[in-house]
Design a binder for this molecule. Structure first.
Ligand SMILES: *Cc1c(COP(=O)(O)O)cnc(C)c1O
Length: 372
């Protein structure tokens, strides 16, 4: 049996009849950049998140970058973030000229440990950028408390967490900026690259709008130095259609997580030497990735690949040990929980269309690996 890590073709079959007319309509109108489709998408994402404003941009990476630019964060500034995330989180900070300052994660959620943030705050610290990794939110109450005390901006990297909630509040809506990615493998994926920033501040929203279009307002009068961070209409049309299905897909992912829990228990594969399942600290986990900790992880990965089961490591090297961040001076051992996670974690298929038989096959295969 084949089990891909993600099956976007299966998803497309269920929404084809809605996607095609929405996209073809844009060809008839020959409207491809910004315009009414983007405005409609922004309005529905803002509404979905319970935020006042949304600004469509080119990618999740650019959502992070433009939020930092809107706060004029740059050389001499420091931004506190997690080292256990996709590169773009810290890459966007570095590209403004500011310095990423890494704070280790909590071993249960894989998200930044709020108890370690304050000791890293200096008089250069301007912002905190928590990441809601795998679709489970960081501890936002604690993070916002620290930010308010030290007058810091908070930018949520919610690229993996659209639809996730924290104590009933939507990812992206709690802090000053919420950044989403529409990269196809995210829970709300477009037909290419795309992203969005949500905010509850009208001033911030206006600045984002200007910055994403070369800092121009009105046309050919440049108030600020922005860039081309504009969202395509085709992406917006696809996202608007898919947004209507997002909660139902997240339900499907949560149901698959429950199913794994039961199957692994029944198979007797749950012990520290073998498989540790992702704990659900929050009700509102949307499982963009279903990530276990596994004994003999690299061998298991090869075994699963041989059995045609898709799996991957998010992420094999924590950011503080990446070659490009050598100038920051971190060493192995500095952020032990992130390093441990990088050595132990493995993502299994969890997409909504995963069948019972496929899930059983995944668990059987893993159990047979540990028997061998
Ligand atoms: C995907 C992702 C990004 C970047 O989004 P793109 O749309 O690919 O630019 C940033 N942060 C995290 C945590 C991500 O998973």
């Amino acid at each position: 049996m084949q089990v891909p890590l993600l099956d976007l073709k299966a998803q497309y079959q269920t929404i084809k009849d809605e996607i095609q007319p929405a996209v073809l309509d844009l060809f008839e109108k020959q409207m491809f950049v910004l315009g009414p489709a983007v405005q409609a998408c922004e309005a529905s994402i803002a509404d979905y998140c319970g935020c006042g404003y949304a600004c469509g941009v080119t990618s999740g990476t650019d959502a992070l970058l433009i939020s930092l630019m809107a706060e004029c964060i740059g050389p001499g500034d420091e931004v506190i973030t997690s080292p256990y995330t996709f590169f773009a989180t810290a890459g966007s900070i570095w590209r403004t000229g500011a310095k990423p300052v890494f704070v280790d994660i909590l071993p249960d959620t894989f998200n930044i440990n709020p108890a370690l943030i304050e000791e890293k705050i200096t008089d250069r610290t301007r912002a905190i950028m928590p990441v809601h990794l795998y679709g489970q939110m960081a501890d936002m109450d604690e993070i916002m408390k620290i930010a308010e005390k030290h007058d810091l901006v908070v930018i949520e990297d919610a690229a993996q967490a659209i639809g996730a909630t924290y104590k009933g509040r939507a990812a992206g809506s709690i802090s000053h900026y919420g950044c989403f990615s529409f990269f196809p493998s995210k829970n709300l994926g477009g037909a290419g690259d795309g992203g969005m920033v949500v905010t509850n501040s009208r001033q911030r929203a206006e600045k984002l709008q200007i910055l994403r279009n070369h800092g121009m307002e009105p046309k050919y009068y440049h108030k600020l130095i922005g860039g081309n961070f504009r969202l395509d209409a085709i992406q917006a049309a696809v996202i608007s259609v898919k947004l209507r299905h997002l909660n139902e897909w997240a339900e499907g992912r949560r149901a698959n997580a429950d199913r794994y829990q039961k199957l692994f228990q029944d198979a007797g594969s749950l012990d520290d030497e073998k498989v540790t399942l992702p704990p659900r600290v929050l009700e509102g986990h949307v499982f963009n990735q279903y990530v276990i900790r596994a004994g003999r992880r690299d061998e298991l990965m090869q075994y699963l690949k041989n059995a045609q089961i898709g799996c991957d490591i998010y992420y094999p090297v924590p950011l503080h040990l990446q070659e490009c961040f050598e100038p920051l001076g971190y060493r192995t051992g500095d952020l032990p929980e992130s390093e441990k996670a990088a050595a132990e974690t493995l993502a299994l298929p969890v997409y909504a269309e995963l069948s019972n038989e496929q899930a059983e096959y995944v668990v059987e295969t893993i159990s047979s690996f540990y028997r061998s």
